[in-house]
Ligand binder design. Sequence first.
Ligand SMILES: [Zn+2]
Length: 351
Amino acid sequence: MFPLISSTSAGGKAGVSRREALRLLGLGGATALLASSGGLRAAESAAVAAGVKLSGQPGFYRFKIGAHEALAFNDGGFAAPFDQSPYAAGVADGSAQIAETLKKAYLPPDKVQVPFNVLLVRIGTEWVLIDTGAGSAFGAAAGKLRAQLAAAGLGPGQISAVLISHAHGDHIGGLLDDDTKQPVFKNATHYIGRREFEFWMGADPDLGRLPLGAEVARQMIAGARSVLGALKDKFQLVAPGEKLIDGLEIVDAPGHTPGHLAFLVSSGDEQLLHFVDAAHHHALTFAHPEWAFAYDAQPSAAAATRKALLDRAAADRLRVFGAHMPFPALGHVKPIAGGRYEYVIEPWLPG
Ligand SMILES: [Zn+2]
């Protein structure tokens, strides 16, 4: 996205001239000057002089899982107001404990960042997309996956398989084009867990005593049924343990939704566990895996799944990916005293 420009092409050892900086910055906003600190300063000054607004963050990250090429995409995200935080549902002094845990993690005390991440893995000739981001379900805060794919040089037509972990809006919202209501990933085989599909499409999906209330439950059910219903003839229904693609294992991870799935990608000695929504926040959920998350359909099953997956990741020193971990959402799970965990963020590498 940001091609490097050598100091020579950018105007010589002394950095770039103001005119050259303006010319380069004028290339559709897609050119960055990193020739030297002098060149960078000149480019910044030129940008300010030209009224260029510097904004946005890179939203894709390329890495490898053994022989497999992989990309993490940020679909967007938002800051949850602290008083509506869903992270300690039913905990008596939940707000105070959240504040204390955020403080210990050097995070802002008054709001909780919720990034949305999507994983793409190239296995042999297959481009396998795990979940699709939010589409328009979260307004302008998310739905950036298609733009991020384009930034990485990919189009939705190249995706050959789409795996859906569960039918919440931030995971299935990108399946249908808003205007045409047609599948975005039109060349892809679509997979979803049979249990998940049958839960949402059944006569009366039971979200238990969802602490967010009946209206939120009604909206979740309507959203899921509308997307799954539109794609009901396209979906292939799968079960945990089923072999779809060599190097990709479907892992049972129920609780957040009844048919929630996780995924284990393997190549040679390397593995990546995508735990999806089995853990929702890198500080809060790891420090307090026993806390119920307000959107969990089955809180005790969700807590058991969380413990099982985090224990497995810790014991096997697995590299992990999570839909709501800090982008690019790669890390490891470190066990600490009292059945708690620490999320260890993987260093970002240029590549
Ligand atoms: Zn989610």
